[in-house]
Design a protein. Structure first.
Length: 260
């Protein structure tokens, strides 16, 4: 039986995700917006782009749309992000950095707490899922837009590439710990389980109103953490039901799927 659900102590939710550090200064281009701090302009661009990508998808959003939403000239977008690909990648990266920090911190605390012993399965599930759930359900509109955008990306080849770039390193660390907690499960089956966990997390956090429509009301009056508690119980049971690795299975490891 899994231990009773306890929410992790996450850092206080920020109104804004921090801007990613820029690797190197770029030469100034025509179109730099006057009278506004560059970081303020970049954040404004990213907020607008995030919402448009979430609502319209990558192909349905143009730099001109972003400029219009941010009340800027299109040239100002190009000053900060020369291509739509650059802009899109930065939109994903700025909040992925926050997710990674929370998940890595939780993983380090669990490893310290349990030492050489395997980390309990329900703790691993909570540590990976809760940061995304907390941000989508208790954060500002930007986090909700990000959750919707991640839902879109999970079903596209382009999404696999960008998600792999920003999330796979931490996902692989968690998969290793899941394997320690369930040593009889083959790696391909564990990756299937991990992928199902991410899909369930996205479904819960997407904010589509599907659950409410099935219930038949606009809101069911439950505490905000109740769906999360049910999700953890569901996922732990699913991981425990994964098939054991055959005795003659190959010891070679598969690369982790793209997961966030």
């Amino acid at each position: 039986m899994p231990t009773p659900l306890k929410l992790l102590k996450l850092p206080k939710m920020q109104d804004k995700a921090p801007l990613p550090a820029r690797a190197a200064a770029k030469p100034k281009l025509a179109g730099r917006p006057p009278g506004r701090h560059p970081d303020e302009t970049r954040e404004r661009i990213l907020d607008v782009a995030e919402k448009l990508f979430a609502n319209n998808g990558y192909n349905g959003t143009s730099l001109r749309d972003v400029a219009r939403g941010a009340d800027l000239q299109t040239a100002a977008i190009g000053y900060h992000y020369p291509t739509k690909e650059d802009l899109f990648d930065t939109v994903i990266r700025r909040r992925a950095a926050v997710m990674t920090e929370w998940r890595q911190r939780a993983l380090a605390e669990m490893r310290q707490r349990h030492g050489a012993a395997a980390i309990p399965l329900d703790e691993l599930v909570r540590a990976y899922v809760q940061p995304f759930y907390e941000s989508a359900s208790h954060g500002n509109a930007g986090w909700r837009h990000y959750a919707a955008l991640m839902g879109r990306l999970s079903n596209s080849p382009m999404g696999t590439e960008v998600i792999s770039r920003h999330y796979n390193a931490t996902a692989s660390e968690y998969i290793d710990e899941f394997l320690r907690s369930l040593p009889g499960v083959a790696l391909p089956s564990m990756i299937d389980g991990f992928t199902f966990m991410v899909a369930s997390m996205l479904s819960l956090c997407a904010g589509t109103g599907r659950s409410q429509s099935l219930i038949g009301v606009s809101g069911d009056g439950r505490p905000l953490n109740e769906p999360f508690s049910n999700l953890v119980t569901f996922l732990v049971s699913g991981f425990l039901a994964l098939p054991a690795e055959p005795q003659n299975a190959s010891a070679s490891r598969m690369p982790a799927y793209a997961a966030f």
